[in-house]
Ligand binder design. Structure first.
Ligand SMILES: Nc1ncnc2c1ncn2[C@@H]1O[C@H](COP(=O)(O)OP(=O)(O)OP(=O)(O)O)[C@@H](O)[C@H]1O
Ligand SMILES: [Mg+2]
Length: 277
């Protein structure tokens, strides 16, 4: 279990975590949702030890996060931060191999290379292995960083908006793979998403943040309601449920009548200069 107890994070007078407590179980996909600037990335960075909490305790497997033992703490993590650029002169295969940095020696073991190639194959990107990463598209980069995070064989896998640049196909490749691996390997997966329907489909546990507070925590079937969406995003939504109880969120445009009115053709006066036609 990963325990976060009474966490308080304040940066430049901004309260980004306010007395936050929760625990996350192995083998579950935990999804964090919440408005822009509410502290989702900050929470991941704090758990990773990049940002220091004002108070509180974060612990995993009888170990507590401490500044002195940061490198040991981080060995347990795979972490895919938000919006990273791959502006390095390395091939895709080399970047994926960096996920195994701890295990890499002066000579590369064949088995490690095979594993990296297999990781690329599983997500359908083996054909990119020799390509330079700085020539890839944004979505391709995101998938390569996902493969790199998997190579670490983490106990805790954190992904900050991992599908933000992905097309529909790769969103599902990544999330299906993540879900299967989380369950098979018993990882604690924590992922930030903005798409509520993807969150509803893939979260075993949903954590809802607003202004640095954890305002709801539970299975999406139980907590994703129109009133929650209104409270968090100030958006009206219809929520229906499929046969398995998974919610489907359909937002309601607040400016619908205005936009239809604007689409009505305007009476136009066309002036034609005398003598031109
Ligand atoms: N190191 C820092 N020092 C000061 N303020 C910070 C720092 N890091 C983040 N912030 C501020 O904290 C707020 C929350 O940032 P954070 O990146 O956690 O938001 P978020 O919920 O991930 O938003 P988004 O959905 O846009 O990614 C922002 O206003 C940001 O400017
Ligand atoms: Mg963020």
């Amino acid at each position: 279990m990963l325990y976060v107890n009474n966490l308080n994070v304040i940066l430049d007078d901004l309260v980004l975590a306010k007395d936050m407590s929760f625990h996350l179980e192995p083998g579950k996909v935990n999804v964090i949702i919440g408005p822009n600037g509410t502290g989702k990335s900050t929470l991941l960075k704090t758990i990773f030890g990049d940002i220091h909490a004002k108070s509180g305790k974060i612990s995993f497997a009888n170990e507590t996060l401490q500044r002195k033992q940061l490198s040991r703490w981080r060995k347990q993590f795979g972490y895919m931060p938000q919006d990273i650029r791959l502006d390095v002169e390395l091939s895709v295969l080399e970047v994926v191999l960096l996920g195994q940095l701890n295990a890499l020696g002066f000579r590369l073991d064949d088995s490690v290379i095979k594993e990296a190639l297999s990781a690329l194959d599983k997500i359908g990107l083996l054909h990119l292995a020799d390509r330079p990463v700085n020539k890839l598209s944004g979505g391709q980069c995101q998938m390569i960083l996902f493969a790199q995070a998997l190579m670490r064989k983490p106990k805790i896998l954190m992904l900050d908006e991992p599908v933000s640049a992905l097309d529909l196909h790769f969103q599902h490749v990544l999330l299906d793979h993540l879900d299967t691996q989380t369950k098979e390997q018993g990882w604690i997966t924590i992922m930030v998403l903005h798409d509520l329907n993807l969150a509803a489909q893939y979260a075993d546990n949903l954590l809802v943040l607003k202004n640095g507070k954890l305002i709801a925590n539970g299975h999406p079937n139980d907590i994703l309601t129109p009133s929650l969406v209104k409270n968090v995003y100030n958006v009206d939504a219809d929520i229906t449920k499929d046969a398995t109880g998974i919610p489907f969120v359909r937002t309601i445009r607040s400016n619908r009548s205005v936009s239809i009115k604007n689409k009505e053709p305007k009476e136009q006066t066309i002036k034609v200069a005398e003598g031109v036609i």
